[in-house]
Design a protein around this ligand. Structure first.
Ligand code: SAM
Length: 333
């Protein structure tokens, strides 16, 4: 590895999340409850050549893991092409190319993603019950997403992670059922605390189901054993089933148990803005730097200077907390 990007707190930056589009075909109430705000014009979005170019630079700077996200990244028609190009960066030090998707397009396209060079996939699934799935996502397509999970498995995109945002009064009673699903389908279940990143700005602390409660609910049915107490920059506390059953549990608790001290992530939005924290209130336009004709060296200087501004931590739990104006669908979850 030639370089390591480091922030001013000496945290190595190894993980880049790239949002491919702001658009989404779901209307999850904790993300885009009122539908998409006006979509930014196409010319403001990074082209696949620009994504490839800047990712090449990020990998030169020590990025080892790229996760493609959105919006719904599979709404981008050139996603296979993007994956194919980014997979070539493995020769330069990229170790892991992953995708987060709502699973809607997977029944027909899981294999083409795998063939293009994708390593791993995370699929969002907020309820195993048709009605609650519809209430939470705004679309009545639970069966199709379950088909998508099966297709991803069939295509060999393993290990499959499943994300569920747990929100009070919605799906907290299903937590142990999700654990049973993980065992039955041999997937890595990831339970995520509800964060103040909804475009409706309706988040309230009472709606957060804490990581501790999630664990207690699972342990009411299945005994868990921690997998690795030293989790490094991993967002999830991970557990295996004590009885040796397949599957894994991960609890991501950014609200009640922040893990900012080990954060190794930065984000690139679909319109080319670098965000140094999910909760940043400022963005840095890499797109403008690239389009203004900066040399590769100048782009590197820009990225390094932006990374030095990475926030020490998020401020969700501070009295003056201001939620970012862009929702998760714009930031790239
Ligand atoms: N459309 C893709 C999907 O559904 O996975 C990728 C983008 S989505 C923004 C990425 C992840 O962010 C999803 O697992 C989603 O549940 C999560 N997410 C969105 N808003 C959130 C919030 N307010 N709190 C916690 N997680 C959130």
């Amino acid at each position: 590895m030639s370089t390591t990007l480091k922030d001013s707190y000496n945290r190595p930056i190894r993980d880049l999340r790239v949002s491919l589009t702001d658009r989404c075909n779901f209307r999850c109430f904790y993300c885009l409850p009122h539908g998409e705000p006006p979509i930014a014009p196409k010319e403001q979005m990074l082209s696949y050549e620009e994504i490839e170019y800047v990712c090449d630079i990020f990998v030169e700077l020590g990025i080892e893991k790229i996760r493609l996200t959105g919006g719904e990244p599979m709404m981008r028609r050139d996603i296979e092409q993007i994956i194919f190009k980014l997979a070539q960066l493995k020769a330069n030090g990229l170790r892991d190319l992953a995708l987060t998707t709502n699973g809607y397009f997977l029944p027909h396209r899981a294999l083409s993603l795998k063939d293009a060079g994708l390593d791993r996939i995370t699929i969002s699934l907020d309820s195993l019950k048709r009605d609650m799935f519809r209430i939470m996502t705004g679309v009545d397509v639970l069966d199709r997403v379950l088909e998508g999970i099966a297709a991803a498995k069939q295509a060999g995109l393993q290990p499959i992670k499943i994300n569920a945002v747990i929100v009070r009064g919605h799906n907290e009673e299903e937590v142990a059922d999700f654990a049973a699903f993980a065992r039955e389908h041999d997937v890595k279940m990831r339970f995520i605390e509800f964060m103040p990143l909804d475009s409706g700005h309706d988040w309230s602390r009472e709606d957060v189901v804490s990581g501790r409660e999630i664990r207690t609910r699972i342990e009411g049915r299945f005994s868990l054993e921690p997998i690795d107490v030293h989790r490094g920059s991993e967002t999830a506390s991970r557990y295996r089933f004590a009885d040796g059953a397949p599957g894994e549990i991960g609890i991501i608790a950014p609200v009640t148990e922040p893990f900012c001290g080990a954060c190794s992530r930065i984000r690139l939005t679909a319109d080319g803005q670098i965000r140094t924290c999910l909760f940043s209130t400022v963005e840095h336009s890499l797109r403008d730097v690239v389009r203004d004709g900066a040399s590769r060296g100048e782009i590197i200087d820009f990225i390094e200077s932006v990374v030095m501004k990475k926030e020490p931590r998020h401020y969700i739990n501070d009295p003056g907390f201001v939620a970012p104006s862009r929702s998760m669908s714009f930031i790239g979850g």
